[in-house]
Write a protein of this length. Structure first.
Lengths: 147, 60
């Protein structure tokens, strides 16, 4: 049951991510077509002294704290990873492997707990976990060397 | 309340549930509203609408 509920949110997140990306691309294409920039609006924004970067950053910090407590929302957390190499490496993992990773790292679950959830032995969960770490390390190193 | 329940309520038109989901996905929306380090309010509005549409269309 647990996995099914996670899968639902994962499916939904994937659905939303795709829709949002497509919308964003279309919007930005439209925007660049009207390439005359409305300078007035930009000046008004600046005069309001709203620092959106900072607001977003603060929101990220708060949300991260929430997500760490509720690690099952890790799909959302994945979207917040800013290091592109890491994000890409994480996305290359199988969903099950991601789940093991986050269960261990954020949920701090024991391998027998993880094994029970995913219907494998605790030893299998443990081996999968270390396999995932090796795989990530390999992929991140490979990127660094330009391969 | 688990996510499935939340989504079902939101699909039914429950505004609080919709707001809850919106706040869950806000970082995603904000990040995708950035146009070269500038926050685009209009884009953010469009993406919020997109999210609501996803809630409506998604098959539980």
């Amino acid at each position: 049951m647990e996995i099914q509920k996670n899968m639902l949110q994962i499916r939904f997140t994937a659905y939303v991510t795709t829709a949002v990306r497509n919308k964003r691309v279309n919007y930005l294409m439209q925007k660049s077509r009207h390439s005359w920039v409305n300078m007035e609006q930009v000046d008004q924004l600046e005069s309001l002294h709203i620092n959106f970067e900072e607001l977003y950053h603060r929101y990220t910090v708060e949300r991260t704290a929430f997500l760490l407590e509720n690690w099952r929302h890790y799909a959302e957390f994945l979207e917040m990873v800013e290091d592109r190499k890491l994000a890409r490496a994480l996305k290359h993992l199988k969903e099950r492997d991601r789940m093991i990773l986050f269960a261990r790292l954020f949920g701090e679950e024991s391998f027998s707990e993880i094994g029970e959830t995913l219907q494998m032995s605790s030893k299998q969960a443990e081996m999968s976990y270390y396999y995932v770490l090796r795989k990530l390390r390999k992929e991140l190193e490979a990127d660094k060397n330009g391969f | 309340m688990d996510f499935e329940q939340l989504l079902i309520y939101a699909k039914g038109g429950d505004q609080k549930a919709q707001e809850e989901i919106l706040s869950m996905y806000k970082p995603l929306l904000v990040k995708n509203s950035m146009d070269r380090n500038v926050f685009d309010e209009d884009l953010y509005q469009e993406l919020s609408a997109t999210l609501l549409e996803c809630i409506r269309k998604f098959r539980v």
